[in-house]
Ligand binder design. Structure first.
Ligand code: GLN
Length: 549
């Protein structure tokens, strides 16, 4: 079968030696330096696991599930791509083995391959290449960057590697190149970086027919000229195509390091692209303000997956973006919500100038979160509730108003007499768990004069959702009378999307995930106002130093 590709050029990025060396950030940074030359870019992540999407995985397994505007539940790397390249990606930007095999088997059942034996090559690899083509056509980007998840040698990753190998012939070698991101371990005893694991992983790539054009060397130390020569010789890449990427203090420095190493020009040369001079002034500005030291603002993040910081990747980034805008550094206090169930809240929250409760599922730790919301309301500490965080805020307020410990979400107590949070009516008959929540962008109308409307400065906003439960309208009037303000509703008025407390400096809950829309240099309005209020709250250890005179 001949595949006709539109005129996009492709960069394929593989990983060597170990995972978690920042391949996603590297890909996002390549996108950023191309975009700084006015080249249009789109990005795709290939995930070798057999789940159709990460939506059914525990955050402990996978980290955050990033939701695109069109409602796809995707890998957290897509969040980095969006933040670095400042694009809104779609479902086409995350492809998993689960999706590929489901599609191939559905075609087989339909009879598309009647008479044939279905095989990894060509059927699975063709399906994979179709996904590359689909993204290129839909995005019309000049360059499509495709990251292969995992490391070279993983069993599940083989069909993806075979597909990217075939692409060289499909689109021609001038329209494609391969980047390999690898780790150079440092031996303290001999005080040197070792290249042997990189040589092995490049050998593994060559064995399947891929010769990398560029090798990006991650290490905790800059690489010497000798190391560069050695990798160039053993791995057969140009000397200037051995790129040093030492560990840096902030991920937002990576585009500048790669540009300094010449990766931008190298990419243009390899793909035969002409472009404008790079303009990285925004990145330089961002970096210099990140490197200045600012007064801290203490924010407690109360969640159930806090041992794995990646579970809240976008929340953490959104807090940093907002704090930077206010010339503050976020001092994040990670609070395991179950600990609040055992300890008195003040012991864990007494330094917090703001409390944030992010999204989550399941009953574990819920009572601790409700205690945190109670603490924020009673002590007038700024509070931002994200999805589950809004639901927790509603439960806590209802318990106070009804003077009962029974109000709950039907997710946590199916027999509560006060299900203040209940299943969305359209969710009642849904049985399958995968991809069936209320997902992606929905409009929300803001009530004039509310804190939310003030933050946004707009009357209608579109925000990304991922939930099955929602505010139960039976309790609307009762809670409103006690001081709850419904500051954002769906246009038909049926769904409460944002609520806040009248008698509190800033306690706001949103049924959506604003963190996904925050960008460095353009903080999300709710995060912006949350930090803006929190920074002026005086708590223990957070008093600003007064001038002596
Ligand atoms: N578990 C809640 C629901 O399904 C909240 C989901 C979330 O925080 N993303 O509605």
């Amino acid at each position: 079968m001949i595949l006709v590709f539109c005129m996009s050029k492709y960069i394929f990025v593989t990983g060597g030696v170990v995972s978690s060396v920042g391949k996603g950030i590297t890909v996002a940074s390549i996108g950023a330096i191309l975009k700084s030359r006015q080249i249009t870019v789109s990005v795709q992540k290939l995930d070798p696991y057999l789940n159709v999407d990460p939506g059914t995985m525990s955050p402990y397994q996978h980290g955050e599930v990033f939701v695109t505007q069109d409602g796809a539940e995707t890998d957290l790397d897509l969040g980095n791509y969006e933040r670095f390249i400042d694009v809104n990606l779609t479902a086409e930007s995350n492809v998993t083995s689960g999706q590929i095999y489901s599609a191939v088997i559905a075609k087989e059942r339909r009879g598309d391959f009647l008479g044939g034996t279905i095989q990894v090559v060509p059927h699975v690899t063709t399906e994979i290449k179709e996904r590359f083509k689909r993204l290129a056509q839909k995005s019309k980007a000049e360059v499509v960057i495709i990251e292969v998840g995992g490391t070279v040698g993983d069993i599940e990753g083989q069909p993806f590697l075979e597909a990217i190998r075939q692409m060289r012939n499909d689109v021609g070698r001038d329209n494609i190149f391969y980047v390999h991101v690898t780790l150079l371990p440092y031996l303290t005893s001999t005080q040197e970086l070792k290249t042997k694991p990189t040589q092995h992983s490049v050998n593994e790539l060559r064995r399947i027919g891929i010769q990398p054009d560029i090798i990006i060397c991650r290490s905790d130390h800059p690489i010497s000229e000798g190391i560069r020569d050695k990798i160039s010789l053993f791995c057969d890449v140009d000397r200037q195509a051995v790129i040093s990427l030492p560990t840096v203090s902030t991920i937002y420095e990576v585009p500048l390091v790669l540009e300094d190493e010449g990766l931008g020009q190298l990419t243009l040369d390899k793909l035969g692209l002409k472009a404008q001079q790079p303009n990285l002034s925004q990145w330089q500005k961002l970096l210099s303000s990140l490197k200045e030291s600012h007064e801290p603002v203490n924010i407690a993040l109360v969640g159930k997956y806090v041992e794995l910081k990646d579970a809240y990747f976008s929340v953490r980034e959104a807090l940093h973006h907002a704090a930077l805008h206010h010339e503050r550094d976020v001092n994040l206090i990670w609070v395991q919500s179950e600990d609040l169930e055992k300890d008195n809240s003040d012991a864990l929250l007494h330094t917090a100038q703001g409390i944030i409760i992010p999204g989550g599922f399941g009953i574990r730790g819920i009572e601790g979160m409700i205690k945190a919301a109670n603490y924020a309301r009673s002590n007038k500490i700024p509070y931002l509730g994200l999805c589950l965080g809004m639901q927790v805020m509603v439960i806590e307020f209802a318990r106070y108003v009804l003077n009962s410990s029974e109000p709950n979400s039907a997710e946590f107590d199916a027999s509560t007499p006060y299900p203040v949070i209940d299943l969305l009516p359209e969710q009642k008959d849904i049985e399958n768990k995968g991809g069936t929540m209320r997902l992606g962008n929905y409009p929300c109308e803001l009530s004039p004069g509310s804190r939310a409307a003030t933050a946004y400065g707009q009357s209608v906003v579109y925000e990304r959702h991922r939930h099955r439960y929602e505010f139960n309208n039976q309790f609307r009037a009762q809670l409103e009378k006690a001081g709850m303000v419904y500051s954002g509703l769906s246009p038909d008025g049926r769904l409460v999307e944002l609520c806040e407390l009248a008698n509190h400096p800033w306690m706001v809950g949103c049924q959506f995930h604003p963190e996904f829309g925050s960008r460095p240099g353009r903080p999300h309005p709710l995060f912006h106002d949350f930090i803006g209020i929190a920074k002026n709250i005086l708590r223990e250890g957070a008093q600003p130093l007064l001038p002596l005179s």
